[in-house]
Design a protein. Structure first.
Length: 63
């Protein structure tokens, strides 16, 4: 999808579809004009791996 990179900057992240579809990079910067979206990603960033796994198992988040 994207060429190899060390830094990824998403100025208008929205659903972060590109971020989640690409390979991880050393530095990833997300931003959005909507403060609630930015706050939601700040909260997600603080989750432990165990909490993320519990979220993934929620019926509303399964395909």
């Amino acid at each position: 999808m994207l060429p190899a990179h060390k830094t990824y900057v998403e100025p208008f992240v929205g659903s972060a579809a590109v971020l989640f579809a690409k390979e991880p990079s050393e530095v990833e910067v997300l931003n959005d004009a909507d403060p609630e979206i930015a706050e939601a990603y700040q909260l997600l960033k603080k989750l432990t791996p165990e909490q993320v796994e519990r979220l993934r198992k929620m019926p509303c988040l399964r395909p």
